[in-house]
Each structure stands twice: as structure tokens, then as C-alpha cells.
Design a protein around this ligand. Structure first.
Ligand code: HEM
Ligand code: HEM
Length: 176
């Protein structure tokens, strides 16, 4: 079924989308498999620096998104599907900021602070947080990491379904 569309994503939105998607996939892989596949904690300094990069890029991306309207969702798809797509997109923006922030908070635990040496260039300040908040942020980081992995799986399945089953331009308009 062919579905009519108005417009496509602008170049800046497309670059933000794919650069951040690649960095998130790398961090999910390191986070989820650092114990089993990789050499314990040796990749963690990279995971932390990369996470802070994602935080900075995502804040800029959110600013771009709030000031630039995206193309409208496929008019032919059911209301529940459009509501689900919109919810997943906003949940992504929330996680792209809260997930790295929770990492920074629990790395600032006053009981055992482990400051972030950003790609070996400079050290980020330790956040002024208490032990209780740092402990909660640790649990939150793990939960949000799993939620992010689940949502990415759903999001990719939806994109591939649009492209290969519904055969509309949803994926094409997010490609360069
Ligand atoms: C979007 C960015 C990020 C993603 C997607 C992400 C994802 C994850 C995931 C999935 C885990 C495994 C959780 C588990 O054990 O089940 C993890 C662990 C971890 N993350 Fe992140 N993370 C991000 C950013 C950060 C940042 C900015 C920091 C620190 C500044 C950080 C520090 C850590 C540490 C130290 C662990 C190991 C925790 C442990 O094993 O006790 N992460 N991350
Ligand atoms: C891995 C991490 C990813 C994250 C965090 C992510 C996040 C997002 C977000 C937040 C949007 C909404 C953009 C907006 O309207 O403001 C979006 C749209 C989109 N993403 Fe992703 N994405 C990821 C990976 C992927 C992958 C691997 C694909 C393709 C297989 C993909 C395909 C799309 C498409 C086609 C859209 C446009 C949807 C529409 O037009 O309504 N994404 N993504």
C-alpha cells in the first residue's frame, strides 16, 4: 500500500539521527557485553567518554528538533500506530539525556568517585550528589539501558516493516 507523505527530514536532523544511533549502539554493546564478551571493565573509560558525547549531541539535537518541525507521520497508518511512534520518539529523547546523566551521577558517588577523563583530553567535574542519589542512579542506569535496548529493537523492526512490508517512504526520508 502506497502512503502519501509530506516532506522528509532535513539534513541536520538526518546527520544527528545516524551519528547518535551509531554511538548509542556502540555504548549498548559495551554496556551489555563488557563482562561476558570484552575484557571486564577495560572499555569503561571509552563507554563513559562516548556517553558524555551522546549527552552533548542529544541536547543539541533536542534544541534542533524543538525549533524544526519534522515531516508528518504517514497519514494512512492507524491512530494507535502514530501514537506509538510519537511516544517511542519522545522516550528516546528522554533516554538520550537521562541515561548518560545517570552514568555521570553514579560515577560521582562521594563514597568512591571515578571522575570522567573525556577521551584523555580533560577531566569532567564530579557532580555534587549524595550517596543515596548516586546509588539510585546506578540502578536507574541499568534499567534505562535495558529499556533503550528494547526500544531500539522495536524501532528498527518498525522501520524495516515500513520499508519492506508496508513499502512506504518512512525509512527513505530518514536516509541521506
Ligand atoms: C547513551 C549513553 C549510554 C548508554 C546507552 C549506556 C548503556 C549502558 C548499559 C546497557 C550498561 C549495562 C547495564 C547492566 O549492567 O545491565 C551500562 C553500564 C555502565 N555504564 Fe553506561 N551507558 C551510557 C552512558 C554512560 C555514561 C555517560 C557513563 C559514565 C559517565 C556510564 C557508565 C557506566 C558504567 C560504569 C557501567 C557499568 C556498571 C556496572 O557494571 O556496575 N554509562 N551502560
Ligand atoms: C540505535 C539508536 C537509535 C535511536 C536512539 C533512534 C532515535 C530516533 C528518534 C528520536 C527519531 C525521531 C526523530 C524525530 O522525529 O524527532 C527517529 C526516527 C527514525 N529512525 Fe531512528 N533511532 C535509532 C536507530 C535507528 C535505526 C537503526 C533505524 C533504521 C533501521 C532507524 C530508523 C528511523 C526512521 C526511519 C525514523 C523516521 C521515523 C518517522 O518518519 O516517523 N533508527 N529515530
Amino acid at each position: 500500500m502506497a502512503v502519501a507523505f509530506r516532506g522528509r527530514y532535513d539534513r541536520v536532523a538526518i546527520i544527528f539521527h545516524w551519528v547518535i544511533a551509531a554511538l548509542v549502539l556502540v555504548n549498548l554493546a559495551i554496556g551489555l557485553f563488557h563482562q561476558s564478551l570484552f575484557d571486564g571493565m577495560s572499555l569503561m573509560p571509552f563507554h563513559k567518554s562516548n556517553g558524555i558525547l551522546i549527552l552533548g549531541l542529544s541536547i543539541a539535537r533536542l534544541g534542533w528538533r524543538l525549533s524544526h518541525r519534522p515531516p508528518s507521520l504517514p497519514a494512512g497508518s492507524p491512530r494507535w500506530e502514530r501514537a506509538l511512534a510519537r511516544s517511542v520518539h519522545w522516550l528516546f529523547y528522554a533516554l538520550l539525556i537521562l541515561l548518560p546523566l545517570s552514568g555521570w551521577i553514579f560515577s560521582s558517588n562521594p563514597a568512591r568517585p571515578r571522575p570522567i577523563d573525556w577521551f584523555g583530553l580533560f577531566e569532567l567535574p564530579v557532580l555534587p550528589v549524595g550517596e543515596a542519589l548516586a546509588g539510585a542512579a546506578h540502578g536507574g542506569h541499568e534499567l534505562m539501558g535495558l529499556a533503550m535496548a528494547g526500544l531500539v529493537a522495536l524501532h528498527v523492526a518498525a522501520a524495516l516493516r515500513h520499508h519492506f512490508v508496508v513499502r512506504d517512504r518512512t525509512l527513505a526520508r530518514m536516509l541521506p
